[in-house]
Design a protein around this ligand. Structure first.
Ligand code: GLA
Length: 378
């Protein structure tokens, strides 16, 4: 048992809106070959470092964040993400570790939607509760394709991918750009934009698995989470939102004040039963521009990660489906709840819910999504 330091009445820096800081960067980028695709194409990996000892590695395969090393409160640096040591692991993985997920991240009921009077059928590649649905872009989503990467700006890498009309059943040729930047304010910025030549649906999300302890054999149940979200989206047993936007107040879904994740994860509450734990979309406080959405802290190492975004919602997935069935970095078999995902996003199943914010992208428009991870220790 780990001894955990409980910090009462955490004073959160959640009050003020956050704007992305000036990108002051000390450029120290390394570019290497990570491996080869099964068809022989070369896959590059880029290493971004900053002046405070943070290191992010990103690869052209899946526009994946391969690793993120940050110091704890004693200055000890560790990788705080789940993943693999080599490209081969990612080529076969089905858990979207560190990936850029699309064209539509999260779930679409029955894998069907209608756009401008035409019905589209997507792969049903997931079946929570035994009910098939479309998940994270389908059988070969953006996490499983080779993007084209190049250094940009002071300390960034831009990945480009063109998703062809009809790919995975989606309409329209979609040109996607995803950029990772690491600055000296200890911010890892993931930014995605997309344009299309025909109406389509877009919800591209970043899907890193975090364990801020730096020890992937421990549980994230000990982490303390704050979500700047007064509502969540209840789902049916297939994890498809019912359409209701429910207040979190008085429920185990309330993370508006810092809460230790494990305290209520087994509560007798329908949403937690359906999700097998936390696996839901929270509706963020309304606001303009990029603003603070979540704060995660490991009380033991003192590591803190704050997430800011311009998106309306965030999926908090507590790693309930991890089951030790595959071995990741250092041969560690990732156990249930050994990491969590915080995925800023549009609403799941928005294409089938007229009352949800639209995820439709039309020619002439640009889809934009900013997600900033800010790391510190206290
Ligand atoms: C998401 C979903 C989960 C699960 C994981 C991938 O974040 O919300 O239900 O499918 O991806 O395993």
């Amino acid at each position: 048992m780990k001894t955990r330091l409980m910090i009462p009445a955490m004073i959160l820096a959640l009050a003020s809106c956050q704007k992305p800081a000036e990108m002051k960067t000390s450029s120290a980028m390394k570019q290497e070959v990570f491996g080869k695709m099964p068809d022989g194409r070369e896959v590059k990996i880029f290493t971004l470092t900053n002046s405070n000892g943070l290191t992010a590695r990103v690869t052209e395969y899946g526009a994946i964040l391969v690793s993120m090393e940050t110091p704890d409160k004693s200055g000890k640096t560790a990788d705080i993400t789940h993943g693999y040591d080599t490209l081969e692991g990612w080529l076969t993985n089905t858990s979207y570790l560190g990936a850029t997920v699309g064209r539509f991240g999260n779930r679409i009921k029955d894998g069907k939607f209608t756009l401008e009077g035409k019905e589209y059928t997507l792969a049903t590649n997931n079946d929570p509760g035994g009910i098939p649905c479309h998940l994270h872009g389908g059988l070969k989503g953006f996490d499983k394709v080779l993007w084209s990467g190049k250094p940009v700006g002071d300390n960034g890498v831009e990945f480009t991918y063109v998703s062809k009309d009809g790919e995975e059943g989606y309409p329209g040729n979609l040109t996607v750009k995803t950029t990772y930047t690491l600055n000296d304010d200890n911010e890892l910025k993931w930014e995605t934009s997309a344009t299309t030549d025909a109406p389509t649906i877009v919800n591209i999300v970043h899907h890193s698995y975090w364990n801020l302890s730096g020890d992937p054999t421990t549980s994230i149940n000990d982490h303390e989470l704050t979500l700047r979200a007064p509502h969540f989206l209840p789902t049916d047993i297939g994890l498809i939102p019912t359409g209701e936007i429910a207040p979190v107040a008085g429920t185990p879904m309330d993370f508006t004040k810092p809460k230790i994740i494990g305290e209520r994860v087994e509560a007798d509450f329908e949403a937690l039963k359906f999700g097998g734990g936390y696996d839901h979309c929270w509706v963020l406080e309304k606001g303009e521009g990029v603003r603070l959405a979540a704060r995660l802290k490991d009380p033991e190492t003192g590591r803190v990660m704050e997430i800011s975004t311009d998106q309306p919602a965030i999926q908090f997935y507590g790693g309930n489906f991890l089951d030790g069935s595959f071995a990741g970095k250092g041969g560690v078999k990732y156990a249930k709840r050994s990491a969590l995902c915080l995925e800023t996003e549009g609403f799941p199943d928005a294409p089938n819910k007229a009352a949800f914010p639209s995820c439709v992208l039309r020619p002439g428009e640009t889809y934009k999504h900013v997600m900033i991870h800010k790391f510190s220790a206290e």
